[in-house]
Design a protein around this ligand. Sequence first.
Ligand code: FAD
Length: 543
Amino acid sequence: MDFIQAGPELTNTFADDRLLRAYLDGALPAAMRAAIESDLDALGAQAADAWRVARSRPSVEPVLTQWDAWGERVDRIEITPVWHDGAALTARFGFVAAGHDPRFGEFARIDQFARVYLYHVASEFYTCPLAMSDGAATALKAAGNRAISERALPHLLARDASQLWLSGQWMTETAGGSDVGNTETIARRGDDGRWRLSGRKWFTSAVVGEMALTLARPEGAGDGADALALFYVETRDAAGRWNGIRIDRLKDKLGTRELPTAEIHLDGTIAEPVGELARGVRLIAPVLNVTRTWNAICALATMRRCLALATSYARVRRAFGRPLIEQPLHAATLASLHAEFAAAFELGFHVAALLGRTETGAASDDERALLRLLTPLAKLWTGKLAVRIASETCEAFGGAGYIENTGIPQLLRDAQVYPIWEGTTNVLALDALRVLSKSGIDPFRNAIEAMLADAPSHAGAIDTTVATAARWFHEYAGEREILEAGARGFALTLARTYAAALLARRAARTSDALARAALARFLDHGLSRLSANPAGKGDALLG
Ligand SMILES: Cc1cc2nc3c(=O)[nH]c(=O)nc-3n(C[C@H](O)[C@H](O)[C@H](O)COP(=O)(O)OP(=O)(O)OC[C@H]3O[C@@H](n4cnc5c(N)ncnc54)[C@H](O)[C@@H]3O)c2cc1C
């Protein structure tokens, strides 16, 4: 009889996640930890069910219908069944609302991101518009526009599915995503005093949402990013008609295929300035800080899913007389990936915790500066690592890892989005340099020193790398071109070093065997990614 291979098993992803459970035990007050246990357990069960269901049916993608049978322009997007469930799950588990829940104070963000981490892979990237909605809620709170806040916040933070709104963030245009200074959308104020937008938005992942925050250039305001204003848009009028929005097409994407990312034209779209016109880029910054944190947590969720499946498969797949998990090299390969993931997990959730402390006024000046630095660092490192771990996961399944209906290739295709949207790796590395030029490297160094005071036995490698990175930064401080050319390696070095210190503290404080094993392997991979040859522009290799 032909041999039939058993596939990987996915059981309750919360019950099985030793890392998450240990982290929450240490990070949350005991009563709060106990209060959220049943929700997290339900999300873990839902994730396992969703994986089984997804394996048993063909994948479905959103469909755009632009015209009805009689020639009327309708621009209707049919979303997938999993997306249809998104609002009810969001209302029940508060994926956005939990992060703003005053009952949990500075810990609300940790609770929220634990929920997001458990939901993300099952959500078919419904977490993308949720991230933008959370970003919009955070930006509106910061902007202090009372009328818009009173209208939108109750919907963005709703725990009732019928009231829930999704928000888009429409920044990218054909002439620029990283460089929004190239924005061509024009805002004109009519005789009726209302603002109307005209232009083309090239990537809009939540046009199915009820609102958006978008950048536009007030007529006559001049060139560049500093002349941009931030506008609040409701996508439809009271009768349900589009607010001057045409959907040109849905993007045909490598991954995230269930997420309806649209190209749209704005043609007289009624909009309201969120704040002072010339402060648009500053007003939208809170959106980016929040969505970058979501990105880091979602990248971690993908890594965790990859490793859970690869480890499960290694237990049931045999080669050369024993299960793969007993082959020393295969086991070492997986353990190395686990170690990278464990370190990245510490950094991602540390950023979530710092965000909560900053938003509730509990953070010190140093912690606020650290949050500004660690947010881009966590986003850029987790984005790259998710792609690497997803790629290794395909390989860990051998040929099966290349076959669509195992579900494994999708993990890799989807992971490739993490380093691109919400700021590419290079753009974020430059952002980190900008933060350091303003606040200096001391808050970073002080935080690491404080963590190592608890974990002196691991101080050597970490201290040395911090000193080398600081020297590198100061040496090239006046040489912008060299600094920029080396920024990616520098940023990765800072991210890895900070994560190592977090892991070392956990290992020392809790005698957690998992943290100790992860730390030893992680340090073995080396912390520094500094380039010995930060060439760049004019490099002979570029011809
Ligand atoms: C699936 C998906 C959904 C998206 N949804 C949305 C959405 O809802 N709303 C939205 O606004 N956008 C969205 N985007 C767009 C995304 O945010 C942009 O694609 C991204 O910010 C990059 O911008 P760009 O495409 O213009 O690339 P470019 O800015 O042209 O970048 C090209 C390359 O140049 C590099 N680069 C640029 N500047 C520098 C520099 N100074 N130094 C070194 N390297 C540099 C970048 O790192 C990148 O590798 C989405 C993208 C995807 C893939």
